[in-house]
Design a protein around this ligand. Structure first.
Ligand code: UDP
Length: 235
């Protein structure tokens, strides 16, 4: 039994990087293998991948660069990651296409939600590149926006840890895991899960968010089947 039929998966840029470089092909392939499990179950999948492994506009602009231009550089970084993911998905039998929030017609289609919906219906994964297309936003917000636009029933936020904790579980062995949180908890406790705009966008449409460790084999499948994995944020 599948609990969720149409989802948006947010992957941070950092998740695909390693000590060997801005992207580690083995890591991306292992992600593709996890995604393939739910793809084969027939789940309709939209993906937003960040660009933090290459470029973060906010940080970069602190060195004296224009913030808007820096953010465009960040959005283009997400396009690089999206093109890599698209190729590895298709190579591994997961039919995928990139649509970009910034028009770059020689390389990718621009986002056209009618086409997006047709692709999802045909069983193609749609990878949304270039964030929201506007500076001063994040790809978390883009993921929440796309989840609303395609009427997804779940937003999956892939991280390197198994959900939300009261403090960083990598640094503190006594960190407490939250199995469930409300949108309000996240907003009021200022938990560093996703940015506030993304949480607010999901709250308005009651789209649950599951924060989970995508590197735990089978976790994404368990979530789709309605099992309690990671942390679920809902009403
Ligand atoms: N960005 C932007 N608008 C958006 C999404 C992203 O300007 O709608 C820029 C911003 O500079 C950001 C960078 O792209 O720092 C990379 O995105 P993000 O930091 O969200 O990537 P992640 O941390 O998820 O890898």
């Amino acid at each position: 039994m599948i609990r969720y039929n149409r989802v948006v998966l947010k992957i941070s840029g950092e998740a695909i990087s390693s000590e060997y470089g801005v992207f580690d092909i083995n890591i991306v392939e292992s992600l593709v293998n996890e995604i393939r499990i739910i793809y084969e179950l027939g789940v309709e999948i939209g993906i937003v991948i960040g660009g933090g492994n290459i470029m973060r506009g906010g940080e970069f602009s602190q060195a004296g660069f224009d913030r808007n231009r820096s953010d465009y550089m960040g959005m283009l970084a997400t396009l690089i990651n999206s093109l890599l993911l698209e190729q590895l998905m298709n190579k591994n039998g997961v039919a995928s296409i990139v649509q970009s929030a910034l028009p770059i017609e020689t390389v990718v289609e621009s986002i056209d939600l009618r086409k997006t919906m047709a692709y999802l219906g045909e069983g193609k994964v749609v990878i949304f590149a270039a964030g929201t297309g506007s500076p001063h936003f994040t790809t978390d917000t883009a993921a929440a926006l796309r989840a609303r636009e395609i009427n997804a029933d779940l937003l999956l936020k892939a991280t390197k840890v198994s959900g939300v904790y009261d403090k960083d579980p990598v640094r503190y062995s006594d960190a407490v895991h939250y199995p469930t949180l409300t949108y309000e908890d996240v907003l009021s406790k200022d938990l560093a899960v996703m940015d506030m705009a993304a949480v607010s966008l999901c709250r308005e449409k009651k789209i649950p968010i599951v924060v989970f460790n995508i590197f735990e084999h089978g976790s994404i499948e368990s979530i789709i089947r309605g099992k309690n994995v990671g942390t679920i944020i809902k009403e």
